[in-house]
Design a protein. Structure first.
Length: 78
């Protein structure tokens, strides 16, 4: 497994609250100093925010179309 994939898994684990205090500090430092990791961290939270916005989101028939529409709304808002 390459280092980038390992780091993305660690960042996902951090977002899920699954890391030790030491690992949390280490991964946050990596995110702070690496633009690609910061973007991945931001994207994780954007998707979570979209899903959390609506309980119906997961039950809608065409999730991909809905997600794409909501992402467009967010990126045009910022």
């Amino acid at each position: 497994m390459n280092d980038n994939k390992v780091m993305r898994e660690k960042i996902s684990a951090l977002a899920d609250g699954e890391l030790s205090e030491f690992e949390t500090r280490r991964i946050l430092n990596e995110i702070k100093h690496n633009p690609a990791y910061r973007e991945f961290w931001r994207n994780i939270h954007l998707v979570r925010d979209l899903v959390d916005e609506s309980e119906d989101f997961l039950y809608e028939r065409d999730i991909s179309t809905n997600l794409r529409s909501r992402l467009r709304t967010i990126f045009h808002r910022n």
